[in-house]
Design a protein around this ligand. Structure first.
Ligand code: GLU
Length: 300
């Protein structure tokens, strides 16, 4: 059975880009006779809030994105992340990293590097015991896996196949919080997820997840990244871009049904002013006919 999931971080209100991704995850799972589960990505206690979570749940519910049983929340799962980290530590696949963001940026931009954006250049990979002890006095270490820029084939249902490098990415941040890249892989397995439908901004990190599943002996999943919604300058949608949340749009007179219609219009699943139900959208949904270009949102 196909099991999809939607995994919002409760760090603010969902905007129409997030809602559109949730709607597509729902359509994709149900189109295949499957189910969709919710995961609350509240790993980071400093940025997550219960109020945001409740508003996100209410907004998804109003839009008609329903979830099946088997919800999980990341803040309750640290023992599972710790076990996976201990496994990698025991196998010698992890090293401590003392770099600040600035040091990483500077090292990655050095002329001899040919790494993808945001990739770790391996600065701390070869530190000896003495150097480690000295650096530990300055700042606590994050933990990185030793992936050594191995090449991985990524197959994406929408974007096709590509080869990507896997850098030595973080599995535990230097404040002790497990990283998103680690948690998402462990949690997708725990929820029995077979397909991940999410925003195209996460396509670049997918090779890391494929690599980590292999290393941890977890089954692979299908990936489908969906194009983002952008503002009129072509930038990723944000709060400041006019009416972008259900609350903003309600203040402009758009009901949740009307917003579902507007989102459906960006997916070529509705004509202007139409307000199809989720079931009507499911009847119209054809995974191959979803636009691959980014959609511009200009409701003010
Ligand atoms: N909480 C993550 C986000 O909102 C989820 C990413 C994912 O779907 O894997 O970006």
């Amino acid at each position: 059975m196909v099991v999809g999931r939607y995994a919002p971080s409760p760090t603010g209100d969902l905007h129409v880009g997030n809602l559109r991704t949730a709607l597509l995850a729902w359509l994709s799972a149900h189109h295949q006779g499957g189910i969709l589960r919710l995961r609350i990505d509240d790993l980071d206690p400093r940025t997550s809030s219960m109020g945001d979570e409740q508003r996100q749940r209410s907004d998804l519910g109003q839009l008609g994105v329903t979830f099946d049983r088997g919800e999980i929340r990341q803040s309750e799962r640290s023992e599972h992340y710790d076990a996976a980290i201990a496994n990698l530590v025991d196998r010698g696949m992890v090293y401590p990293c003392y770099c600040s963001r600035r040091e990483i940026r500077e090292a990655a931009s050095a002329p001899h590097q040919h790494l993808p954006d945001g990739a770790y250049p391996g600065t701390c990979a070869g530190l000896g015991e003495q150097e480690r002890r000295a650096r530990e006095l300055d700042r606590p270490a994050a933990l990185r896996v030793r992936a050594s820029n191995i090449e991985i084939e990524v197959h994406d249902r929408r974007y096709g196949s590509r080869t990507e490098l896997v850098d030595d990415f973080v599995i535990r941040r230097n404040d002790g919080v497990p990283s998103y890249n680690l948690a998402t892989v462990i949690d997708d397995h725990a929820q029995g997820v077979t397909e991940v439908v999410r925003g195209a901004d996460l396509l670049a990190g997918t090779a890391r997840h494929i690599w980590l599943r292999d290393v941890l002996g977890l089954p692979q999943v299908q990936h489908e990244h969906v194009p983002l919604v952008v503002n009129s300058n072509g930038e990723r949608l944000a709060k400041r871009d006019g009416a972008v949340t259900l609350e903003d749009l309600a203040a402009q007179g758009f009901s949740a049904d009307a917003v579902r219609g507007l989102i459906a219009e960006t997916l070529d699943l509705a004509s202007r002013g139409e307000q199809p139900t989720m079931l009507e959208l499911l009847e119209r949904y054809d995974p191959d006919a979803i636009p691959t270009a980014e959609s511009v949102w200009d409701v003010h």
